[in-house]
Design a protein around this ligand. Structure first.
Ligand SMILES: [Zn+2]
Length: 430
């Protein structure tokens, strides 16, 4: 065996041990051997190295529960080994969080700014200041920040760190990850905001136990993230899975994208409001006005109060989304579909028709085989997503170079800002 192969093998074994600890902690050494199918000697050597570098900590088994035999210790990941900055760009605000590797929140900042009016350079400057302030607020040394993950709406190429089109960064190609990384000197990854939510589900939520799953986000627009074979799918050009703009009726309403009958035009906030205006005396509100979210919440309240016309409106919106989900089920055959986002505050109004139509339009073979989970999600979900984005880089599978998340900015020479575990572990290969 050549040296390169031996090193790769060590990296693979270490990854498998770490992954078992992360997923099943607290876990005993013998359970790790069983789950990884690695020998005791190998596992012990790797664990010794992980404990020494502070990545993993060992705690004694509760004495009261110890029966006969050798006392066992249990292993856990050290969540405070490193910290992560998460940021999310929205049309009307910039949110910043500092979390540890378990996505526990240490500090947060919200900057109320109309981002869509600013140039990418000004947004990067704002983020730089906001991120420094958040790190200071958290009382954490900047050297302990493993990376920055930024969620941005639009066509975002996570691999190259560029925005190809975004309602915030504009229609030019913007190397936004590099712009931020240059300012802060911390490894930075950008990702489409729906993909961020999907990563959060993968690492901390509904996607932990299934390798093929879909997340549909219903908010101002409709987003989607897709995990295939345990990896986030980005498409050939890095801008795939635009479920919101898949067509359901070519003669349907006009979409923001300039085409007709996109699924978004039936279920997004502006679509609900457009239909409600046909029934109620409501003022026009543009789709990028923050007042829209409040106005749509009010429509839901009136539907719940018993306005049957509004109930029917929501029922129809749910049916259209159900139809779109049936198409996803038929094309992808996912193990699970998660429907989430602020639009699910009206889940009670759309869920029955959504489930009914999704079931009726799924192929007979697949009918009922795919679990549909509907939840509104939390405000911190994207902060978890940012943590997951960095975790994914830390836990990069050594045998795969197509995780879609390889760090584009690893450069030889002066500034090394790749996301990795602390030095002791990084040198463990040698
Ligand atoms: Zn569209």
């Amino acid at each position: 065996m050549q040296t390169g192969d031996a090193e790769l093998l060590r990296a693979i074994n270490r990854y498998r041990v770490l992954d078992a600890i992360r997923r099943f902690e607290p876990i005993s050494r013998s359970d790790i051997c069983e789950r990884t199918q690695l020998g005791r000697t190998t596992v012990s050597a790797i664990i010794g190295e992980l404990i020494e570098s502070g990545v993993v900590s060992s705690e004694p088994h509760d004495a009261a529960h110890t029966g006969r035999g050798r006392p066992r210790d249990f292993l856990r990941m050290n969540p405070d080994l490193a910290y992560v900055v998460g940021a999310k760009l929205s049309m009307h605000q910039v949110s910043i969080t500092v979390t540890n590797l378990r996505a526990d929140l240490f500090a947060s900042e919200i900057l109320p700014v109309r981002t869509w009016r600013l140039t990418p350079d000004v947004i990067a400057d704002l983020l730089e200041d906001g991120i420094r302030a958040a790190i200071a607020k958290a009382g954490i040394d900047e050297n302990k920040i493993a990376g920055i993950g930024v969620g941005i709406p639009g066509f975002i190429n996570a691999v190259t760190g560029t925005s190809h089109w975004s309602p915030i960064l504009g229609e030019e190609i913007v190397p936004f990850a590099a712009m931020l990384q240059e300012r802060l000197g911390i490894a930075t990854i950008i990702e489409n905001d729906a993909n961020l939510v999907t990563l959060a589900e993968r690492w901390f939520g509904e996607g932990q136990d299934v390798d093929n799953f879909v997340v549909v986000t219903v908010e101002g627009g409709i987003g989607m993230g897709l995990f295939l074979g345990g990896e986030l799918f980005h498409g050939h050009h890095g801008i795939g899975t635009e479920f919101g703009h898949s067509k359901i009726d070519r003669h349907g309403p006009l979409c923001r994208c300039g085409q007709h009958g996109c699924i978004e035009t039936y279920i997004a906030d502006y679509a609900i409001y457009r239909e409600a205006r046909k029934l109620l005396d409501l003022p026009p509100i543009d789709h990028d006005n923050p007042a829209l979210e409040v106005a749509v919440s009010d429509v839901a309240v009136r539907a719940r109060a018993g306005d049957m016309r509004l109930r029917a409106l929501y029922e129809e919106a749910g049916a259209m989304l159900g139809m779109g989900i049936a198409n996803l089920v038929n094309i992808i055959d996912p193990g699970k579909v998660v429907v989430t986002g602020s639009g699910m505050r009206a889940a009670d109004l759309i869920e029955p028709s959504l489930r009914k139509v999704a079931l009726e339009n799924s192929l007979a073979m697949l009918r009922g085989s795919c679990e549909i989970v509907i939840h509104q999600g939390t405000d911190e979900v994207w902060a978890r997503g940012a943590a997951a984005l960095v975790l994914q880089s830390l836990f990069r599978q050594p045998w795969s170079d197509r995780t879609g998340m390889t760090l584009p900015f690893e450069q030889d020479g002066a500034q090394d800002t790749a996301i990795r575990f602390p030095a002791a572990l990084a040198e463990g290969d040698a």
